[in-house]
Ligand binder design. Structure first.
Ligand code: IPM
Ligand code: MN
Length: 370
């Protein structure tokens, strides 16, 4: 298999975590005789600093030409705290989603037995969570007309949905439910919003094509509560852009570490990125958790239909966790560096680790097989 991958490291910890995911992919390439060609491009605050715009056209062109895109994270506090800023790193990501037609964002959330003590919700409630959020990504309030009146005292953001935008993401969500536990929950605010009523109506129509799937409807406020009270009740959650943004952050902490969770955004192209943000406080310190990005690389391999390879990455990740080779967010006392965890995973997938590992040497930053 030969694939062209555009890598967009982005800001903050983005470059560090993408480096580890690239290592894992290189390990896979070596083991299975694949060829991955990595092409690095700018987006976000780093792109604004170097080119004046958050998404240079060169990045879009490369992404359009690639088989897949691997993204680290974007964002910088110097923009977050300045509502007057005319250019913002996030605009780059939104423009890229639109340019690549990435209309569905998929965020799986699973609990790992080894991490159950880290979950902010009671262990018995968090146990057995295995859900996936299908979030519409190129419509709704994110992309509606934005207005600010002349004296700057009234602002509005329009929320529009077209039926076709709902149908295409809904079909993907139903397909996912069919190969999972066959349960789909539409989250909306149909008691208030016209767009939500269009979502409900459209889903009720599509449901007829999938008679095996049980469909539930939840208002978003209730869904936010149910996710904390009883997350294991969910299988596939389908929702619009902004509700999905909020609920997926909420759901992501159930597993105990935001740093673990991967995501994919699909449509005309496919982009893979961790759920976490750019975590500027940790940038350059080699302490960020690379697993979310490495697991995103596994999702990319699944997208290439390289399922054996994807499973091997997941096996390597599970192995590092079971053996305590984890970053500081998971174990603040006995922790390993970002690059060390990445090296171990790359070695595992390339060479069939583990044989026997000398933990002390690993802690010193060397991966030594004895
Ligand atoms: C996400 C992020 C983005 C979003 C931001 C950075 C624009 O929060 O991918 O969830 O809101 O979609
Ligand atoms: Mn978000």
């Amino acid at each position: 298999m030969e694939k062209k991958i555009t890598v967009i490291p982005g800001d903050g910890i983005g470059p560090e975590v993408t480096r580890e995911a690239v290592k894992a992919l290189q390990g896979i390439a070596q083991r299975f005789g694949h060829k991955f060609d990595f092409d690095y491009k700018l987006m976000g605050a780093c792109a604004i600093d170097q080119t004046g715009v958050p998404l240079p056209s060169e990045t879009v062109d490369a992404a359009l030409d690639a088989d897949a895109i691997l993204l680290g994270a974007i964002g910088d506090p110097k923009y977050d705290n300045n509502p007057e800023a005319k250019v913002r790193p996030e605009q780059g990501l939104l423009q890229l989603r639109k340019a690549l037609g990435l209309f569905t964002n998929i965020r799986p959330v699973k609990t790992y037995p080894a991490l159950r003590h880290l979950s902010p919700i009671k262990e018995k409630n968090a146990d057995n969570t295995d859900l996936v959020i299908y979030r519409e990504l190129t419509g709704g309030i994110y992309f509606g007309e934005k207005k600010l009146n002349e004296d700057g005292t009234t602002a509005s953001d329009e929320c529009t949905y077209h039926k076709f935008e709902i149908e295409r993401v809904a079909r993907l969500a139903f397909e996912a439910a069919m190969v999972r536990r066959k349960k789909l929950t539409l989250v909306d605010k149909a008691n208030v919003l016209e767009t939500s009523r269009l979502w409900r109506k459209t889903i009720q129509e599509i449901q007829k094509e999938y008679p095996d799937v049980t469909v539930d409807y939840l208002f978003v406020d209730n869904a936010a509560m149910q996710l904390i009270l009883n997350p294991s009740q969910f299988d596939v959650i389908l929702t619009e852009n902004m509700f999905g943004d909020i609920l997926s952050d909420e759901a992501s902490v159930i597993s105990g570490s935001l740093g673990l969770l991967p995501s994919s955004s699909i449509g005309n192209k496919a982009l893979f990125e961790p759920i976490h943000g750019s975590y500027p406080q940790a940038a350059g310190k080699d302490i960020a958790n690379p697993l979310g990005t490495i697991l995103s690389a596994a999702m990319m391999l699944d997208h290439f239909k390289a399922h054996k390879e994807a499973d091997l990455i997941r096996e390597a990740v599970a192995w590092t966790m079971e053996n305590g080779f984890v970053t500081r967010d998971i174990d603040p006392v006995n922790f390993y560096f970002t690059s060390t965890v990445g090296d171990l995973i790359a070695e595992y997938v390339a060479n069939e680790l583990p044989v026997k590992i000398n933990k002390r040497n690993i802690r010193m930053g060397h991966v030594t097989i004895i």
